[in-house]
Design a protein around this ligand. Structure first.
Ligand SMILES: [Zn+2]
Length: 503
């Protein structure tokens, strides 16, 4: 229903835009490419061999997975800046450099924190995960309540107790088990605290153990945000502890004491956005920017899988970085009427931090950014399939931009486009998980090019050797054709009236 109403308004507005060009644009020649039918000569310099070379370099083990806020991310960023300089793009970061520095806030348990159950000394976030970093001093009797069914809970007085229970259940609403589990750890603990518990200790079942094995390292790292974010505030809450399945035999023993002395530390340290531009050729339109977006960070070195602990992030998101370098060479070959702005966002994996920062404090005027084309994971899955996120209401914030991108797909790669993953009902919430989002929230027309999720996502198996380079080439060409059309048309992409995300 909303969709139809918006479409009507958009058609009206599009009509207005045609008959009443913006003041200052009125004297311009018509766009070189009035439709998307003619890509610029830059298309020919986008080469599969370049994409492959750049991707292998950036996803190499020597950058140790480019974790946001580490020297590895900074070293990779310095390498990228060198490549960018070689393409001939101008610096567009702070103070005439390619860099825009910003601070991450990180909040985690101190190394001096202690945890004990009965006679067992447990190293926090090694032997036992502390699910939320918190200051806490607890010394209480531990009661085991099995699966914490109403019948089991009715038998015990939870007041003043540390409550141990087994993780149970499975999602019934289509979300992944991992998301279900993290929600359960949070929500079930909250219920038990309401009932008077002073600490909650979850013990994994077999299913939860699989998630524990792969994901529990996130707790040692703590929480990340931008300074002032609520999720990195230092809090004093009852502790929630998560144990491996093997702990069941001793955690359920009666008559044990639970004690925790947890301390939180919170500190800031730098990450970086890398920003470059190719000035436009039109005396007026050069003051407007088409922003090509990606992120250079990934997950660093963490839990080994088959002996490999480096999460190279080849698809996620060295594909996007290699694509942007190729787009720069194309824009150098032939600049467009509008300026092209290229932003490699830092610390995306830590919560879209670089894009939140840049969209809040852009190095060009915010109103001059007419569209954001975001490259996120573009080199896996079937060779002829891809997705354009931001193309389905309520994520659609510019039908005009999406129409241009779809036409570019028809002229170029002709991907079969998935339409499921952009739906508000899709359990993965893919739209909310990349760098176009903060721009869309500002109302800037924004889309994401992606080849979607795969089994190697956020594992050490996301390696350069597993990328489909022919596909990456076609994805990059698709972005180029879209960007070229948007860069050369006279009116900027129309914005969807009444755009409102579902969350
Ligand atoms: Zn990722």
């Amino acid at each position: 229903m909303n969709h139809f109403r918006h479409t009507t308004l958009r058609l009206l507005l599009a009509g207005l835009a045609l008959t009443a060009p913006l003041a200052g644009h009125a004297q311009q020649k018509p766009a070189k490419a009035t439709k998307t039918s003619k890509a610029g000569s830059g298309l020919a310099v986008i080469k599969e061999a370049d994409l492959k070379r750049d991707l292998f370099a950036l996803a190499d083990d020597k950058y140790r997975g480019r974790e946001g806020g580490t020297l590895d991310e900074l070293r990779a960023s310095a390498w990228l800046a060198e490549q960018i300089r070689a393409t001939g793009m101008e610096p567009a970061g702070d103070d005439g450099t390619y860099f825009q520095w910003f601070n991450l806030q990180r909040t985690r348990l101190t190394k001096t924190s202690t945890l004990r159950i009965g006679t067992r000394q447990l190293r926090p976030n090694h032997d036992a995960m502390v699910v939320a970093p918190t200051n806490a001093s607890v010394n209480a009797p531990l009661v085991f309540v099995g699966l914490a069914t109403p019948a089991e809970l009715a038998k015990v007085d939870l007041k003043g107790k540390a409550v141990a229970l087994q993780v149970s259940g499975a999602p019934t609403d289509g979300i992944s088990y991992r998301r279900y589990l993290f929600g359960k750890l949070r929500d079930q603990a909250a219920e038990l605290f309401k009932a008077g518990a002073v600490a909650v200790v979850f013990v994994s079942d077999d299913k939860a153990q699989a998630i524990y094995d792969h994901w529990s390292h996130i707790y040692e790292r703590g929480r990340y945000g931008l300074p002032g974010d609520a999720n990195t505030a230092v809090v004093n809450q009852p502790p929630v502890v998560w144990l491996p399945a093997e702990a069941l035999s001793w955690a359920k023993q009666a008559g044990q004491q639970f004690s925790a002395e947890l301390k939180v530390e919170s500190f800031a340290y730098p990450s970086v956005n890398i920003v470059a531009k190719m000035p436009g050729t039109d005396v007026q339109l050069k003051n407007e920017y088409v922003l090509f977006s990606t992120h250079q960070d990934h997950d660093g070195a963490r839990a080994p899988v088959a002996g490999d602990s480096i999460y190279n992030g080849a698809d996620d998101n060295a594909t996007g970085c290699a694509a942007l370098l190729a787009l720069m060479r194309a824009y150098k070959q032939e600049p467009a009427r509008r300026s092209a702005l290229f932003v490699f966002h830092g610390a995306e994996e830590r919560g879209l931090l670089g894009s939140r920062y840049f969209s809040d404090k852009p190095t060009v005027p915010k109103e001059s950014i007419v569209a954001v084309l975001n490259a996120e994971m573009m080199g896996r899955n079937a060779a002829d399939s891809a997705a354009l996120l931001g193309s389905t209401p309520p994520h659609l914030n510019s039908s005009d931009l999406v129409k241009t991108a779809l036409a570019a797909n028809q002229e170029g790669p002709k991907f079969k486009l998935d339409t499921e993953w952009d739906k508000a009902t899709h359990p993965e919430g893919w739209y909310f998980r990349s760098d176009h989002l903060p721009y869309a929230r500002l109302g800037i027309p924004a889309i994401m090019y992606t080849s979607l999720l795969h089994a190697d996502y956020h594992t050490p198996k996301d390696e350069a050797s597993r990328i489909d380079y022919g596909k990456l080439l076609r994805m990059t060409q698709w972005m180029y054709r879209t960007g070229w059309a948007v860069s050369n048309r006279t009116a900027p992409p129309a914005r969807e009236p009444g755009f409102k995300l579902e969350r």
